[in-house]
Design a protein. Structure first.
Ligand SMILES: C[S@@+](CC[C@H](N)C(=O)[O-])C[C@H]1O[C@@H](n2cnc3c(N)ncnc32)[C@H](O)[C@@H]1O
Length: 248
């Protein structure tokens, strides 16, 4: 049997200790394993050219939305945008909203910036960092109109379920960042993860399920099909959308 052993590097260990000392939020069980993956020339050029206008940095701390976007429009935050195709599409289709994307995978960040430059979107900014830390350190309380989490890594094996990003503590941190009336929108093609999401959200009493059956929602028109979803369709998977409104 092969086991996935995820050991912390010395650099990460030092970073963890420094962050703890400075009072920064930092966690040890992560929802991702950093894959290096090769950057294409197009992705590398896109990062070089677009980072000064579109890149956001975790170390800069609390983000001022008005200064960042030059307007007071609603802000939608997406966690783990992958290659960013659906995020750029959403930003293009909703120019009266602002979008912040967070992704740890550098080629994904490059691909997203490449698409964004081609689409000439001005209402999108991105972090290349762990979304859990960005939420805790950079996003003001009561500030987001929507948080989207589309096709998060399902961590299939039971012993890895603790790595799933949707956990009670994460949901409570996320709740404080949403405005009252703001929505946490999740989608997954893994039934067991959908059930887990529903269980965690049903225990989070400050949220109201927007589904009239108290379970799943049809895919809303504003959510484009993502790469992972198309793959899921090909494999014959179902897709579950969950939308919960912050009420307290
Ligand atoms: C299965 S992929 C789905 C990507 C995209 N949402 C889609 O549907 O095509 C999940 C993505 O979430 C990213 N991810 C996982 N945990 C994350 C975290 N804590 N912060 C930022 N990104 C994360 C991974 O790098 C990966 O790209």
């Amino acid at each position: 049997m092969t086991w996935l052993v995820v050991k912390m590097s010395e650099k990460d260990q030092t970073r963890l200790e420094q962050a703890k000392e400075s009072g920064k939020y930092i966690r040890t069980i992560r929802s991702f394993v950093k894959r290096e993956g090769r950057l294409t020339n197009g992705q590398a050029n896109a990062i070089e050219q677009s980072w000064p206008t579109m890149g956001l940095v975790h170390e800069n701390g609390l983000l001022d939305f008005k200064l960042t976007f030059n307007n007071d429009n609603d802000v939608v935050l997406e966690i783990g945008f992958g290659m960013g195709k659906s995020l750029v599409e959403m930003a293009t289709q909703a120019p009266d909203q602002n979008f912040i994307g967070i992704e740890v995978h550098r080629p994904g960040v490059g691909a997203c910036l490449l698409d964004a430059a081609q689409a000439e979107v001005t209402n999108l900014r991105v972090y290349e960092h762990d979304a859990v830390e960005v939420l805790a350190d950079c996003i003001a309380d009561n500030s987001l109109s929507r948080v989207q989490l589309f096709f998060p890594d399902p961590w299939h094996k039971k012993r890895h379920h603790k790595r799933r990003i949707v956990q009670a503590e994460f949901v409570e941190n996320l709740r404080t960042k949403l405005k009252i009336g703001g929505v946490f929108h999740m989608a997954t093609d893994w039934e067991n993860y959908a059930e887990h999401m529903l269980e965690v959200m049903n225990s989070a009493t400050a949220f109201k399920n927007q589904s009239s059956n108290n379970d799943y929602m049809p895919r809303p028109d504003f959510r484009p099909l993502t790469k992972f979803e198309k793959r899921g369709h090909r494999l014959g998977h179902g897709v579950w959308d969950l939308m919960f409104e912050r009420v307290e």
